[in-house]
Design a protein around this ligand. Structure first.
Ligand SMILES: [Zn+2]
Ligand SMILES: [Zn+2]
Length: 442
């Protein structure tokens, strides 16, 4: 990106921009004392303000100093990009948050592709920034003027929503967050009613199995055609993404779909939701194994994710075994009756009620034990859990990991496993080296 300093007008300006870029707070303050109007200057070529440079480089302190003086957080560079867009592009979460707090407008469009800060966060896969912007969208004037659902599905100059960009650029975390926040899974870049690419077409093109899997689990249509009349399956074949193609093949078994229209599913508490989502992804992975069996793309044995599951089970070994499958531990409680079952069985129960295509309404599932209507689903509280409430966040993280980072394409997974091992052994040998260094010293 163009945040590198192009030639500046004077050495004083150059000094100031360098100080902003490197986060030299003292020097920035000195420059501003010498010339209080300095923060209004921009670089010559890209017309970057000091606010842009601070945001793109994650210089939170400098950013705050400038924001306290300057009223407008939405200065524009040469491409009509705001500091918030640059912070989202470079994944500088603290700066994104600070700019939002200063009232930065989330609904500005740049002049290159007509993209918003949400597009940039999705494109570059900075899911923490994406989440921060979505959180802000609930409370900013945009929610009133545009509506939150419309903002999540905002289109760029090519008709692409943030979900399209995240799917195309293999950002499964962003895909997941966007779907969770109401992104339309079958949106077409062609606009309303016109043929164009859906997020599933673009995920097929990018070749991310995780993105394909998430979109399918959210009800993406394998038969929708793009402007060239191709279904996603054909796109994946053309790009040689064999495993994706196998899942996208209309002839292969349909995945379980998250039953989002059910009221008690859409109003789930976060922990129950993570449990059910993990169960959904696991159930679909079982189907995938059968689909990919015998093809060249069979998945590697899911060592990591199974470890995670075992952890959960052993953690909850005190609780009761599910009376439906006698296989998993009860983690979900039906309310108001209080009957308990495992996440897999809960999900099977809810997904079993396929929406009626003619009316698009789902019949409410009932408790399999007492036949009363399910009003709410909550996580079963075990004694151990009550004692250690502080462990809850780490458990959620673990669940999130097992649900998002389940195996990707085989080579990708191999790489990540290698990467973490490499880091661990690297750190270990580093420590060893440093001790031997100490011992070697005379
Ligand atoms: Zn069960
Ligand atoms: Zn019941």
């Amino acid at each position: 990106m163009g945040q590198r300093l192009s030639c500046t007008r004077s050495s004083r300006e150059h000094e100031f921009f360098s100080a902003v870029q490197s986060g030299d707070v003292e020097l920035v303050e000195l420059c501003l004392r010498r010339d209080p109007a300095m923060f209004n200057q921009t670089t010559i070529y890209d017309r970057l303000s000091s606010l842009h440079i601070a945001a793109a480089n994650g210089r939170l302190e400098v950013l705050s100093i400038i924001l306290e003086r300057s009223v407008n957080p939405d200065l524009l560079n040469r491409h009509k990009q705001t500091p918030l867009m640059l912070a989202a592009m470079h994944g500088k979460l603290a700066c994104v948050q600070r700019l939002l707090q200063a009232g930065a407008n989330i609904l500005m469009f740049d002049s290159l592709h007509g993209r918003t800060c949400l597009h940039f966060a999705a494109y570059y896969g900075h899911y923490d920034c994406l989440q921060a912007i979505l959180d802000a969208a609930h409370s900013t004037p945009v929610a009133d003027s545009w509506g939150f659902a419309r903002f999540v599905n905002v289109r760029d100059g090519n008709g692409a929503t943030p979900l399209h960009l995240a799917s195309r650029h293999k950002r499964p975390e962003c895909v997941h967050i966007l779907l969770d926040n109401g992104a339309l899974v079958c949106a077409s870049t062609g606009g309303y009613g016109c043929p164009g690419s859906t997020p599933l077409h673009l995920a097929a093109r990018g070749g991310s199995l995780d993105c394909v899997r998430a979109l399918l689990a959210w009800g993406a249509d394998r038969l929708q055609r793009d402007s060239s009349g191709r279904i996603p399956f054909m796109v994946a074949l053309k790009r040689n993404h064999g495993a994706c193609a196998a899942l996208l093949n209309p002839a292969s078994a349909e995945p379980l779909v998250w039953p989002s229209p059910l009221k008690f599913i859409s109003e789930l508490e976060p922990e129950a939701k993570l449990l059910l989502e993990a169960a959904l992804m696991e159930a679909n992975k079982e189907r995938e194994k059968n689909i990919l069996k015998g093809t060249a793309y069979s998945l590697p044995s899911p060592l990591n994710s199974e470890d995670g599951m075992d952890d959960n089970v052993s953690e909850m070994s005190e609780s009761e075994l599910c009376c439906i499958c006698f296989d998993q531990v009860c983690t979900i409680e039906v309310q108001d009756c209080g009957h308990q079952m495992c996440a897999h069985c809960t999900l099977a129960l809810c997904c079993h009620n396929k929406p009626n295509p003619s009316s698009l309404c789902m019949s409410t599932p009932v408790c399999p034990f007492c036949r009363s209507n399910i009003a709410r689903l909550v996580v079963v509280k075990t004694k151990a859990e009550d004692d250690s409430e502080k462990d809850a966040p780490s458990k959620i993280r673990k669940l999130r990991r097992s649900c998002n980072h389940s195996e990707g394409s085989s080579s990708f997974k191999g790489l990540t496993a290698f990467g973490s091992f490499g880091m661990m052994s690297g750190r270990g040998s580093g420590r060893r080296a440093s001790t031997s260094e100490i011992m070697d010293k005379p």
